[in-house]
Design a protein around this ligand. Structure first.
Ligand SMILES: Cc1ncc(COP(=O)(O)O)c(C=O)c1O
Length: 391
């Protein structure tokens, strides 16, 4: 059986972790791995998470099965953050817990494919797992340029053109905020235009929201996508709590689906459960239970909110510090100051990326994607100097 299989290339970012670890140079900088770092380069467990885990430990009296829907208390507690306090969707909106945002995207695509969707509009570059998930569920990614890396600008016309060329029922996959890997998001006016086109063309929005709170704030990061959800009779939203609660390996996510009617929502919910069951039976409990404890306790919630605010402020500080250096060679650092979230993609070719690694100990993805959280006040001068030397 397995003699038919060919070797697949190793995951580039995982290989980068090892290379970085083995580099003895003290001035080395890791801009590769996609997790938040504090100014000391650590990814510590949130204080609020520790406290909530402690409470769970004290109070949880059973590890018995929950069900394919996971922790519905968690799903409900998260809802107002995404859809707004007292949203207008009522029982048309249903949600299930999933193993991370990845599980949510997978469940969304699988369910859409089974419902008859065949094409997904996908702006590129995108999170590298989007296209494989779309394909694995039997759909076709229809790509358009999300942003032009050479000029660090959004190609909004490419999205509009793709949407105008799409057929009713085609899915349009949109990053809710803090686009991975470019950091280039839509403004509110653009979100409004997307909402109008979604309604006019009968497209199905699938929003991927993996970094809420890391851009401008929880409400601000959801404002644009809410316009699309309000304009579309049906939609889905895949959510990850892995970044904004720092729970990465606990695999915490949720998939929300909005249907035209309460009855359709109940039917769709039964399909979400059935598809979840055939994939992972039920999602892992611990991380989502921790999030539920945080969001339903005023003190824990305030503490967590303050921690996310710290992260956001640090990311924006690093972006502002880079932006001061303007343009260096092909890289427009001023544009990085306008972008959001953990990632930006710099206009560097593979030789330049390799030169930064070999000559300066600066590690980033071959695409030029940097994790802004890998920077701090101490290493930015080295980073900027290195960019100058390879420009
Ligand atoms: C855009 C996007 N969607 C989904 C995910 C998946 O998140 P999770 O780790 O919760 O599966 C990521 C993670 O990097 C992401 O960047």
């Amino acid at each position: 059986m397995f003699e038919q299989l060919q070797d697949l290339p190793p995951d580039g970012l995982l290989a980068l972790i090892k290379l970085y670890r083995d580099d003895a140079r003290p001035e080395k900088i890791d801009l590769g791995v996609g997790v938040y770092r504090d100014s000391d380069g650590g990814t510590p467990v949130f204080r609020g998470v520790k406290k909530a885990e402690h409470r769970l430990h004290e109070t949880q009296d059973s590890k018995s099965y929950l069900g394919p829907e996971g922790d519905l208390g968690f799903v409900a507690a998260l809802r107002p953050y995404i859809f707004g306090q007292g949203d207008a969707f009522g029982d048309r909106l249903r949600g299930v817990q999933t193993p991370g945002g990845t599980g949510a995207v997978r469940l969304a695509c699988e369910t859409l494919a089974k419902a008859g969707a065949t094409k997904v509009l996908l702006g590129t570059p995108s999170w590298p797992n989007h296209a494989p998930i779309i394909q694995a569920t039997g759909m076709e990614p229809v790509t358009f340029t999300h942003a032009d890396i050479a000029t660090e600008t959004l190609d909004f016309d490419a999205l509009l053109t793709a949407m105008k060329a799409a057929e009713a029922g085609d899915v349009v996959l949109l990053h809710g905020c803090c686009h991975n890997p470019t950091g280039i998001d839509y403004d509110l006016n653009q979100w409004a235009q997307i909402a109008d086109l979604v309604a006019e063309r009968g497209l199905f929005p699938l929003i991927d929201l993996a970094y809420q709170g890391l851009g401008a704030g929880f409400e601000e990061d959801a404002e644009g996508l809410r316009k699309v959800l309000a304009a579309a009779p049906e939609s889905m939203l895949a959510y990850s709590c892995d970044k904004n609660f720092g729970l990465y390996r606990e695999r915490v996510g949720a998939l929300y689906a909005i249907s035209k009617t309460d009855d359709q929502a109940a039917t769709l919910f039964s399909h979400l459960l059935s598809n979840a069951r055939a994939n992972w039976s039920m999602p892992p409990d611990h991380g989502a239970a921790t999030v539920r404890v945080i969001l339903t306790d005023d003190e824990f919630r305030r503490e967590w909110d303050a921690e996310v605010a710290e992260m956001r402020a640090r990311l924006n500080r690093m972006r502002a510090a880079l932006a001061q250096h303007g343009t260096i060679g092909t890289v427009d650092l001023a544009a990085v100051g306008e972008q959001n979230g953990l990632f930006s993609t710099l206009n560097l070719n593979k030789d330049q990326v390799m030169a930064l690694r070999k000559s300066h100990g600066i590690y980033m993805a071959a695409s030029g994607r940097i994790n802004v959280a890998g920077l701090n006040e101490r290493n930015i001068p080295h980073f900027v100097e290195a960019l100058r030397s390879i420009a």
